[in-house]
Design a protein around this ligand. Sequence first.
Ligand SMILES: Nc1ncnc2c1ncn2[C@@H]1O[C@H](COP(=O)(O)OP(=O)(O)OP(=O)(O)O)[C@@H](O)[C@H]1O
Length: 270
Amino acid sequence: MSFKLDKLTVRHLTGTRTAALHELDLDIQPGEQLALIGPSGAGKTTLLSTLACAHQPAAGVLAVFGVDPWALPQKARHGLRARLFLAPQTPPLPPRQRVVTAVLAARLPHWSLARALRSLFTPVDPDAAFEALRRFGLGDKLYARVDRLSGGERQRCSLARLLLSSADAFLVDEPISALDPALARITLATLQEEAANRKATLVCSLHQVEMARAHFGRIVGLRDGRIVFDLPREQVTDAMIAALYENEQIEPHPPAAHEPPERLAVGACF
Ligand SMILES: Nc1ncnc2c1ncn2[C@@H]1O[C@H](COP(=O)(O)OP(=O)(O)OP(=O)(O)O)[C@@H](O)[C@H]1O
């Protein structure tokens, strides 16, 4: 089993004392690919980072590759984390670094300190970085600076690191939120192909419900920190989706009484 959750409850240390995840039961087999969907604030990111052993649960049981990460000594937990690749929605890439260096950093856990330092100045395996970037349509950005990438390019740069990692599970948070539809399809296909080739587990949160239903065989719907459904895609109905997102539409913003929209200057900044 890659992940086993039994009545798992997670609270954030800051903010409200309400649990972000409430008594979740979830089994994820090695090599399985599933999509997490649900409205904003449902707990998708919290679940992914809990699976990545970044949040210690408040209650319940978490087993990652058969062991409780929080019962392990810190060094062993660190070793376990190296088998997990968490791709956050906003990747924390060092801004002044070249893309090639940022991508090759995925191999840091396997390098000696001397090799890691050398790679900062002369990238050790630029061909591997190029190939990973190429698969996400970013081959031309190998030597670009990270802070000159667009939001979508940064996202894909972070995913290229995933290809160079040796992880057995990919935990990917909204990988296509900044991508156009064509790039979104390529990106999901690349992630799924990589996971299938190395028999890695893929858990992917998505706001694009139709993409989730089109690409993933298993769909987990989260709302208010609870699993609302966990089903093969054929059994997920439009009514279930509507109920999952019910009342989530944003109320239109009332125009300010003193400044009706038609009187705002062209180019006004909202
Ligand atoms: N660092 C934090 N400190 C305190 N509360 C947090 C923190 N991060 C998230 N939360 C809260 O935990 C709950 C779940 O948030 P989470 O980010 O996991 O949801 P999400 O489904 O990923 O949302 P989105 O789709 O908007 O990214 C929310 O109520 C959120 O306000």
